[in-house]
Design a protein around this ligand. Structure first.
Ligand SMILES: [Fe+2]
Ligand SMILES: [Fe+2]
Length: 355
């Protein structure tokens, strides 16, 4: 009996069709602004509510990161769990606490935290009002590589649970294997000693020449060791805007305060304006030209920008060079905005509130 299999089409055509189908499918996942009313909060077995801004479980699949919102009612404590991906939390309302590998961190609105890969963590609220936070994780990226693992341990005390995966610090010799063991051990030691919490009270906003002021929330520049997700906050002066540009990858902006609109288009002109307000997530997707404007004449707008720069985008830049992955249009389009951007009267930095 013959064991030879034949395909009627050659490998070339099968592959070509598969690649075209893949892109067609992903184009249908393109998002613009996900409004807070588009996010359905559901009770979960963890004991806290969860809603999905973008991510497969909310019917809005992504490739590198996902974004969810969580609510912890007064007196609630979630189950403890860990996962192979890491996540960043942005606290947006109420006061709560997070325990990371047994270390408790109390937080309030505007604080941000890093949940390292494989760390046991749970959420709690000892206060009198519901605590709310938004989270961004690298789960989709790990899933594309078959490395997304979740472990929920219910309400078992962390002292009874396995520590993070062990690694060998060293082996004898100076061969390539020994060098690999040492290199990876050094990397893990650094990654397991990163910073975990940025308090709103410690933020220092620095003005830029274009009518915005910014600060890092969670970034390697201020001691965080993440999978590549970075989080920064910027504030746009009344009636001002950012400059226009485009880049690959998913870049998201969570609106902490204010209202405005974002230009999104496949060309720097002729695209569409998308309005947004507090609690919405602006999704800058798939290499679109974009520019964000504050539509208020007297109040600033505060948005938190999240993207996967320090791993995925850097890798894309290295692999795609000399393709240009960051572009700016001619100056008159890039910088269009009303008024002189250098004259913004910045208000005192107050914590955000919800609702
Ligand atoms: Fe988690
Ligand atoms: Fe951007």
């Amino acid at each position: 009996m013959s064991t030879k299999t034949t395909t009627r089409q050659s490998h070339y055509w099968v592959q070509k069709q598969r690649r075209a189908d893949f892109i067609e499918q992903w184009r249908s996942n393109r998002r613009t602004v996900v409004g807070k009313e588009d996010v359905v909060l559901e009770d979960t077995s963890r004991g806290i509510r969860r809603g999905v801004y973008v991510g497969a479980d909310g019917g809005r699949p992504t490739r590198s990161m996902d974004a969810s919102v969580h609510e912890v009612d007064p007196g609630q404590v979630s189950t403890v769990h860990r996962h192979s991906w890491d996540a960043m939390m942005l606290c947006v309302g109420g006061w709560g606490w997070t325990e990371i590998d047994g270390e408790r961190i109390d937080w309030g609105p505007g604080d941000s935290l890093h949940l390292p890969a494989w760390s046991w963590h749970r959420q709690g609220n000892d206060g009198a009002t519901t605590a709310r936070f938004v989270s961004f994780s690298s789960e989709p990226l790990l899933e594309t590589m078959g490395m997304a693992v979740l472990d929920d341990a219910g309400h078992r005390p962390v002292s009874e649970l396995d520590a993070r995966p062990a690694f060998s610090p060293d082996v004898p010799g100076d061969d390539s294997y020994a060098r690999r063991v040492r290199r990876l051990a050094e990397d893990q030691s650094a990654r397991r000693s990163g910073r975990l919490h940025t308090s709103w009270d410690d933020l220092e906003m620095l003005p830029t020449p274009r009518g915005t002021r910014t600060t890092f929330l969670l970034d390697r520049a201020i001691g965080y060791q993440a999978s590549g997700i970075t989080m920064a906050m910027f504030e746009i002066g009344p009636g001002r805007g950012q400059s226009m540009h485009r880049h690959p990858g998913e870049a998201w902006l969570y609106v902490l305060d204010g209202e405005g609109h974002s230009y999104l288009g496949s060309e720097p002109e002729g695209g569409e304006d998308h309005p947004w307000r507090k609690g919405d997530l602006i999704v800058v997707d798939h290499f679109l030209w974009h520019q964000h404007f504050n539509d208020s004449a007297d109040r600033t707008a505060r948005v938190v920008r999240v993207h996967m720069f320090d791993s995925l985008l850097e890798t894309m830049r290295a692999l795609c060079d000399p393709l240009v992955l960051f572009e700016e249009p001619p100056d008159h389009i890039r910088d269009r905005q009303a008024g002189d951007p250098t004259t913004v009267d910045w208000p005192e930095l107050t914590r955000p509130s919800w609702p």
